[in-house]
Design a protein around this ligand. Structure first.
Ligand SMILES: [Zn+2]
Length: 125
């Protein structure tokens, strides 16, 4: 059961294919995109995306979903190159919204509250 105290926020993301300085080698089409909403990738009807490119993007998407420090490169850097070194495609990851999730609805692992700071033997059970 969700309660307000167990919520956290993730960004919804949009990943969009851009033309780089060289032609595409793969089957990309400029403007192709998908959304990242929670744990789900949401493709437009009939949409497709290279699994090789997706494999390069996947490790970065969970980090990009989370709030990051303004000085963190993860905050500022938004374009990822196609892993084919001969392909000019770029993939822009944009934070397009914020969505609130419940810890209890996202995992079966119980929420652990930080233990009270110990104070020199004056602890209470
Ligand atoms: Zn490519």
């Amino acid at each position: 059961m969700a309660s307000k105290k167990d919520t956290f926020v993730l960004y919804d993301l949009k990943v969009e294919t851009l033309e780089g300085s060289r032609p595409f080698v793969c089957s990309h089409r400029a403007g192709d995109s998908f959304l990242v909403v929670g744990e789900n990738l949401v493709f437009p009807e009939g949409g497709s995306f290279s699994m090789y490119s997706l494999s390069a993007l996947l490790p970065l998407l969970p980090a990009k979903q989370r709030p990051t420090d303004p000085n963190d490169w993860m905050t500022t850097d938004a374009e990822i190159a196609c892993p084919d070194p001969n392909c000019g495609a770029l993939f822009r990851v944009t934070r397009v919204g914020r969505r609130t999730f419940s810890h209890a609805e996202a995992t079966a692992v119980p929420l652990q509250r930080p233990a009270a700071k110990e104070s020199g033997g004056d602890s209470h059970p």
